[in-house]
Every structure is written in C-alpha cells, then in structure tokens.
Design a protein around this ligand. Sequence first.
Ligand code: SF4
Length: 150
Amino acid sequence: MSEPAVPWYADGLRFACSGCGACCRIEGHVWVDEGDIRRLAAHLGLELDELGRRHLRRVGRRYSLIEKPNHDCVFWDDGCAVYAVRPAQCRTFPFWPEWLESPEAWQEAGEDCRGIGRGRLYDAAEIEAIRGGAAATETGPPRGCSCADE
Ligand code: SF4
C-alpha cells in the first residue's frame, strides 16, 4: 500500500482574521446546509419558514444567504451579526479545498484577504479538519423552510 501524499502545507499555514469584512462584502454565495439553517433560526428566534423568506435564496438544489443590493451579506452590519452561529462556509474560510489546492491558489486567496499568511500557525492536521468542514455544505434544506428561488 502506498503512503498518503504529503500536502504542500505539511508545515502549516498562517491565518488571522483581521475582521475587515472583505469576504462578507463581495458578490457571491454563502451556502448553508440544514445545520447552518437550524442554528441561524434558533439564534434569531425565527421559524424556519420565516428565516427562509427573510434571509435565504434557492440556487438550484442548494440554499444561499441573501445579499444586500450592494452585495454585502444579509447579516453584515459593521461586523457579522450572527458571528456565533455563522455558517460553516464562513467558519472554515480560508481553508477551503480550492484555496488549498496549491501554493499558488493560497497566494491568490491572499490577494483579497489580508489575514492570509500572517498570525497563528495552523498545523496540517488542523487544516485538514477545517477543510473537511468546508466541504460539507452540499445538503438540502430542512422541511418547512420556504426560500425564494434565485
Ligand atoms: S454570515 Fe457573517 S461571516 Fe458569513 S458572510 Fe455573512 S456576515 Fe460574513
């Protein structure tokens, strides 16, 4: 049996969020899975239906947070208004599979995020664990959640 390949980030990677909000204030999707949706609803004291109508949009088979007209996340309010229960996509940034593909991809991510490459050193095992969480947002919505189609 062959040995597992050593990732290019075997010596770890540095990251420390500066709180600048750059990743919360750009056009794109914040994918949410059933766990994310239930945590947000409980935190905000909303029924799933109401959370769906106010804060989610349907994109194909998946659900994403709504954006404001200026592309800020619906929960951006000079900081994340739901930080304690922010979706897995937000919690796992920037250790996403696409940014971990190569040193070049990591460097590219750093062009938009000033926290990449500085601060705390995450070791390879931590990175793998976080990356696993980042890849787990493909599930459907909970029943009773009525969200607008995009
Ligand atoms: S949920 Fe919070 S951390 Fe995630 S994009 Fe929105 S404002 Fe940013």
